[in-house]
Write a protein that binds this ligand. Structure first.
Ligand code: XMP
Length: 514
């Protein structure tokens, strides 16, 4: 196992991704865990094979910059400092780190490569690397050895004497560093000796075994299923571990897509899962009646969900566990070195239920990134309709009907959205789009159909490309395609006479309209 100590860089998760792509398991810990790692090493824990120190928005010259004691780690396992990590190692040993006088940002070429260095094995002279830093290492402690430079950066990579500790100024994890993956492989596999055994099948086998060891032989487990990838993969893992002692609960909140409830329930049943479908639309509509404020709607939906879920869960005799589809990005203790992270929207979950029912939490996916969840899902035979389903918000169409919600509006939006999504699929555009849907606007506009004037609703189409939903670009769907969707919606969905396309990116807009 490899551990990345995070100093708050925007690239930390990317380092972890790259290492996992090498089929090596790694975890991200906040830099404040340095003493714990030192303690593990002191106690002789040989499962920890190496440590990477991430970059940071801070400068080692700032008095309050992160500055953990690395004494118990250095020399005991291989260490690689990247950017801030490299500056910190140099700074702590008496080297000089100064603001860079020229801009050290963007592409650069590594020259004077030390061909003997195991860190740089297989890299070519003048290989392109990505620099992004405001500080630079001016002088290294006397016995440190420079192993690569660029025309502007004398100390681009260095090694400590007598131990496998390295520092590099550039970012091997970004794709602009064309041989960065080779460098990471040299470190992780060559220098640290980590086994490349982290594969979906390996994960499934070891997680199933771990679940069988954790969950008692008579314990029943409850899981809320949403039709999304995460909860579905969590269900399959648990099903493989404990069979029908997993009780899935899938709630129709009346805010799902057209036909989704039946379709997904059928898929779950086809997989042999023990799932109860609960039709609770009227309860949700009642709770939402008259509410227009997005946060108030989210709260009403969240609260009703807990009520319905709780009621169903109480019916399961011997329930001891609540399983959740939490994934790694939700788990990582984010290091905020520059002020606290802000919650922009409240996302609902089954908060409060575990305490109330005295349930323990089990989260089989908490170590996986989203695309790893998909790989595991594929290894478990999850059908395509669920595996490659677009993300869909918990409050569903409730936040895609702007203003108050009525069953009639839901029906209108489901039909318009249904046309959009099925045409995306038919025209082969669904999988290249990260997320798409229709939004019912709270305005009516004039139109003419035949000899008659109409005064009907407007639907906005939203489609984005994105990697993780944190940033997104509006999808550049072909005009002909948009024309086809618009015609079909206006012709088939009575009550809609105008369709518009949202061409805003995130930021500054968001993916959802509420
Ligand atoms: P935004 O609109 O913030 O959306 O750009 C980013 C991603 O989060 C989803 N989203 C939600 N998911 N409950 C959820 O479970 C919510 O209240 C919620 N609001 C937004 C959104 O669909 C997109 O994938």
């Amino acid at each position: 196992q490899l551990i990345i100590l995070d100093f708050g860089s925007q690239y930390t998760q990317l380092i972890a991704r790259r290492i996992r792509e090498l089929h090596v398991f790694c975890e991200i810990h906040p830099y404040t865990h340095a003493p714990q790692l030192a303690e593990r090493l002191r106690a002789g824990d040989d499962s920890l094979r190496g440590v990477i120190l991430s970059g940071s928005p801070c400068s080692v010259r700032e008095a309050d910059a992160p500055n953990p004691d690395l004494g118990g780690i250095l020399g005991r396992v291989p260490v690689l400092g990247i950017c801030y990590g490299a500056q910190l190692l140099a700074h702590q040993a008496g080297g000089e780190v100064l603001p860079a006088t020229i801009r050290e940002y963007g592409r650069a070429r590594l020259s004077s490569l030390d061909g003997e260095s195991p860190l740089l094995a297989g890299l070519h002279q003048d290989t392109q690397v990505w620099m992004s830093h405001g500080d630079t290492i001016k002088t290294l402690p006397a016995d440190y050895e420079v192993i690569a430079s660029t025309p502007e950066v004398a100390v681009a990579a260095y090694k400590l004497p007598g131990q496998p500790t390295y520092g590099i100024q550039f970012h091997p994890e970004v794709t602009h560093s064309t041989e960065g993956k080779q460098l990471l492989e040299n470190f992780v596999v060559g220098i640290c000796g980590c086994a490349q055994s982290w594969t979906p099948d390996h994960f499934v086998d070891s997680m199933v075994e771990a679940l069988q060891n954790t969950i008692g032989p008579d314990d029943q487990v409850i899981l809320g299923l949403s039709g999304g990838v995460d909860s579905s993969v969590a269900a399959l893992l648990l099903h493989r571990a404990i069979g029908p002692r997993l009780h899935g609960i899938f709630v129709d909140n009346g805010l799902l897509r057209q036909n989704e409830f039946a379709q997904v329930l059928q898929a779950y049943e086809g997989l042999g899962l023990n799932v109860t479908g609960v039709q609770a639309a009227p309860e949700f509509y009642a709770a939402l009646a008259g509410l227009s404020d997005p946060e108030a709607k989210r709260k009403a939906i969240g609260r009703t969900f807990i009520e319905v879920f709780d009621r169903e869960a109480q019916k399961v005799q011997g329930a001891r566990w609540l399983a959740q589809g939490t994934i790694y990005p939700d788990v990582i203790e984010s290091v905020s070195v520059k002020g606290p992270a802000v919650t922009i929207k409240s996302h609902h979950n089954v908060g409060g239920l575990p305490e109330k029912m005295n349930l323990k939490i089990v989260e089989p996916l908490r170590m996986l990134f989203k695309d790893e969840v998909r790989e595991v899902g594929a290894a478990l035979g999850l059908p395509e309709v669920i595996l490659h389903r677009h993300p869909f918000p918990g409050p569903g169409l409730g936040i895609r009907i702007l203003g108050d919600i009525t069953p009639e509006k839901v029906d209108l939006l489901q039909r318009a959205d249904g046309v959009f999504i099925s045409l995306l699929k038919e025209r082969g555009l669904y999988d290249t789009t990260w997320q798409a849907g229709a939004i019912l606007l709270p305005v009516q506009s004039v139109g003419v159909m035949g000899d008659e004037r109409t005064y009907e609703r407007v639907v906005a189409l939203r489609a984005v490309t994105s990697v993780d939903g944190m940033t997104a670009d509006w999808a550049h769907l072909p005009y002909d395609f948009l024309a086809e969707v618009s015609n079909k919606i206006i012709n088939q969905v009575r009550g809609i006479n105008r369709v518009v396309y949202d061409i805003s990116s995130k930021p500054p807009a968001t993916i959802e309209w509420e």
